[in-house]
Design a protein around this ligand. Structure first.
Ligand SMILES: [Zn+2]
Ligand SMILES: [Zn+2]
Length: 203
């Protein structure tokens, strides 16, 4: 393909800055907010939690723009909590701030991991809340494989409260990623795996 051809292709299809999001053009009858909502699949740009359209705000990414000349890519859609926290911060600054906050919370746990984990693991009878060890671990291995799981992940404004902590095996904790435990249960159910929330979850 010659250079001229190639440039015409990219111009026609356009390129999305975020590799994971397919490029979509804004439709004429769509508002900017609706357009961004559709592009983000109903997620907040910062905490990646799902929200309804009315619970999200359209905010500025960076503040150097005069509102008259502000381009559309300077707008992001964020939940109320994120937009309140961001306020005067610029996009990259805010992302760094969020990361630091998460580190702080993780440090809090790692400082007295033994104490917290033994409490939480006892509460859940040393079982993973997602599979109850359907992998067939031996009892000795079970304890080694258990990890502390944030039901509501730190990315989605979860905290280190005991109610927010659960025991899960390493594999499920990694796979769950930043999803909340309800979302992950739903994912497991939808993907046809047999794991279901069972009796071990204390009320
Ligand atoms: Zn958010
Ligand atoms: Zn598991």
């Amino acid at each position: 393909m010659s250079d001229i051809q190639r440039s015409s292709v990219t111009k026609k299809q356009g390129r999305s800055k975020n590799k994971h999001l397919p490029y979509q053009r804004k439709k004429r009858n769509q508002s900017v907010k609706e357009y961004l909502y559709q592009r983000m699949n109903g997620k907040c740009s910062y905490c990646h939690d799902n929200f309804k359209l009315k619970d999200l705000c359209l905010i500025k990414k960076n503040h150097q723009w005069n509102s008259l000349f502000e381009p559309i890519h300077n707008k992001v859609i964020a939940c109320k909590k994120c937009s309140y926290k961001k306020s005067e911060m610029n996009h990259k600054e805010f992302i760094r701030y969020l990361r630091r906050e998460r580190w702080k919370l993780r440090d809090e746990i790692s400082e007295n991991y033994r104490e917290i984990s033994s409490k939480v693991f006892n509460r859940y009878e040393n079982k993973c809340i997602y599979c109850e060890f359907e992998f067939g671990y031996t009892p000795k291995k079970r304890k080694k494989q258990l990890t502390l799981d944030h039901k509501r992940s730190l990315l989605c404004h979860g905290d280190n409260d005991e109610k927010n902590l659960a025991s899960s095996c390493y594999i499920h904790n990694i796979e769950k990623d930043s999803r909340s435990s309800e979302q992950y249960f739903k994912y497991l159910r939808d993907s046809g795996r047999k794991f279901k929330p069972k009796s071990i979850i204390p009320k």
